[in-house]
Write a protein that binds this ligand. Structure first.
Ligand code: NAP
Length: 321
């Protein structure tokens, strides 16, 4: 027999957006069910030190913050499911979600908080040195490299913005791009070229992230010039991979409106998607800010939008009687 769970609010994803949506929905008496997904806790579980989440004077750990959010959500009445959704039917209400073990979730509203993943280069040293010099978020980790030599890899808006941001902490920032022109907006490029603390290495890709020193942390990058094939080493203690993100929206292709990069489109100023009753929050709908605190903020918005939607449905049902 199929295991079937019915809820007024199903939340897909368990990063800061998902847990915040659950906390608000639970406190509104909606009995939310959070389906954790493949990477419980989301991207924060792959970061270590967090220094920019408000409310904590000391440095906190990303995985710890996620455990606290989960504990708070469960404490106020959230039901948590370890499952991965493999199929969604948004064509009629209530919506139906199928878990990979065959469980069926039936929900009046759906909050999508499945997040996004940074893309990685896939070259030697990258995985081993993650958190020991290699990062995919300058806003999160740049502060730890104050006064040190750092590099950014990429040529889009994110890479240029991250290089500029890092000049707040370091006067020796190198931007490495695989071609001889950026795809970033001109205004950002103008700012970059006017900044004396950033130099650009063109036509180059990272061949290897190099470890060294007592702690076997990042000490340099081996770069391959794509025109000459020549390999050269630059010394850096921090390297930020900024080659784009991939939102986790495969399940929703053809079912919700996505933008050209695959992010869920929402009505401006809300979390409402193209299907009434389906809401999106966090990195799956935000390619600009991508912070834990902004994800939490939109998670709150999604729960409030869902609550309002359910109240309007009930009002209509009563009026129709
Ligand atoms: P993006 O525009 O897709 O740029 C990715 C960059 O990484 C490109 O320069 C690309 O090189 C490079 N790259 C990709 N794969 C690589 C690899 N394997 N090795 C080396 N380099 C690689 O990504 P994004 O900068 O994260 O921006 C994503 C979207 O968000 C864009 O639509 C962007 O406009 C938007 N965004 C907007 C803002 C803002 O409005 N302030 C800020 C951030 C992002 P090529 O150029 O050679 O392809």
């Amino acid at each position: 027999m199929t295991n079937s769970i019915s809820t007024r609010v199903a939340v897909l994803g368990s990063g800061p957006a998902g847990w915040t949506a659950a906390i608000y929905a639970a406190r509104a008496g909606l009995g939310p069910v959070v389906i954790q997904g493949i990477q419980p806790g989301g991207q924060l579980t792959t970061t270590t030190d967090v220094e920019n989440y408000p409310g904590f004077r000391e440095v906190i750990q990303g995985p710890w913050l996620m455990e606290e959010m989960q504990a708070q959500a469960e404490h106020v009445g959230t039901q948590m499911m370890w499952d991965t959704i493999v199929e969604v039917d948004l064509s009629e209400r209530p919506f139906r979600l199928k878990g990979d073990g065959g469980a069926l979730y039936v929900c009046d509203t759906l909050v999508i908080a499945t997040g996004a993943q940074a893309k990685w280069l896939g070259v030697p040293g990258e995985v081993e040195l993650s958190g020991k010099g290699v990062s995919a978020c300058a806003t999160c980790d740049g502060f730890f490299y104050r006064g040190k030599k750092v590099a950014v890899i990429g040529g889009g808006n994110t890479a240029v913005e991250e290089a500029l941001y890092l000049t707040n902490h370091s006067h020796d920032v190198t931007l490495i791009h695989r071609r001889d022109s950026f795809r970033a907006e001109k205004i950002l490029q103008d700012r970059l070229f006017a900044n004396p603390h950033v130099k650009v290495i063109w036509d180059s890709e990272v061949a290897e992230f190099v470890a060294g020193g007592e702690t076997e942390a990042l000490v340099g990058l081996d770069l391959r010039n794509r025109r000459t094939g020549e390999i050269s080493r630059i010394e850096v203690e921090g390297a930020f991979v900024a080659i784009g993100h991939k939102p986790a929206t495969e399940l929703f292709e053809g079912k919700l409106e996505l933008d050209e990069d695959g992010y869920i489109q929402v009505e401006t100023g809300t979390t409402r998607t193209s299907v009434p009753g389906v809401f999106a929050c966090g990195d799956v709908m935000d390619k600009v800010y991508r912070q834990a605190v902004t994800a939490a903020g939109t998670g709150c918005m999604a729960a409030l939008d869902a609550e309002k939607y359910l109240a309007a449905q009930e009002y209509e049902a009563i009026a129709a009687e």
